[in-house]
Design a protein around this ligand. Structure first.
Ligand code: PGA
Length: 250
């Protein structure tokens, strides 16, 4: 059975104190009756503290980025071994903001993916089309191309360590959410192409989560769809009540 997952991508928000406060609020509100694996992703400087604060809880802490190299002269970058040394074993790769603002193309993302997979990280790999691609009815081709250029170049991986996050760019931070039907249609498509590449054992066990303006009011309907296995939550993950509501919507 594939896992249900809800992950909060905090992006470049919250200072040290706000990070601690938000974790504290989430912890105090999270009951034991939810059905998902829960992740939060604060900024690099706060990962150690976040990890410490989440010890002995069901909250996992994940990084927002990773460098594809082992070590060396890469000013400003963070390696997989640095993350591992503080107990961080998961990472978000391919977020559209990394693609858009930091020029991370499929070529670089494949390197990051290979590095993370070889280091046994759990990877949230993000894919998604922009508004023009959707309006021109190219969204399926774009998604398949993004996967062909990255994940599908990897011959074998542990399906428990790969999560695909379908994040239509037009829905990220815009308040526009894909309808549950649009999400289901794309998640089904993604699962089918995984099936054709790797077989049904992999595709059935692959968690495919949705991201893009998920709110407490929309989470239940989206998560209710057969091929939607949870969500990658941006804005709404910065408020403990909203995040918990979304976790409880699974
Ligand atoms: P959003 O962000 O929920 O604020 O739209 C989602 C994401 O970027 O992962």
């Amino acid at each position: 059975m594939r896992k249900k997952i809800v992950a909060g991508n905090w992006k470049m928000n919250n200072d040290f104190f706000m990070t601690k406060d938000l974790i504290h609020s989430i912890k105090s509100k999270l009951n034991n009756n939810f059905n998902a694996e829960v992740f939060i992703s604060p900024s690099f400087p706060f990962l150690i503290e976040a990890k410490k604060n989440c010890n002995n809880t069901q909250i996992n802490v994940t990084a927002q980025n990773i460098n594809e190299n082992e070590s060396g002269a890469y000013t400003g970058e963070v390696s997989s071994s640095m993350l591992k040394s503080i107990g961080i074993n998961s990472v978000i790769i391919g977020h559209s903001e990394r693609r858009q603002y930091f020029n991370e193309n499929d070529h670089i993302l494949l390197k990051k993916l290979k590095k993370a997979i070889s280091e046994k990280f759990k990877v949230f790999f993000c894919i998604g089309e922009n508004i023009n691609e959707r309006e021109n009815n190219n969204h399926f081709d774009i998604i398949e191309k993004q996967l062909n250029n990255t994940v599908f170049k990897i011959e074998s991986f542990d399906v428990n360590n790969l999560i695909i996050a379908y994040e239509p760019i037009w829905a990220i931070g815009t308040g526009l959410t894909a309808s549950p039907e649009q999400a289901q249609e794309m998640h089904f498509f993604i699962r089918e192409i995984f099936k054709s590449k790797y077989g049904s054992k992999i595709s059935d066990n692959l968690s495919i989560i949705y991201g893009g303006s998920v709110k407490p009011s929309s989470a239940k309907d989206i998560f209710g769809k057969k091929d939607v296995d949870g969500g990658l939550i941006g804005g709404a993950s910065l408020r403990a009540e909203d995040f918990i509501d979304i976790v409880n919507s699974i």
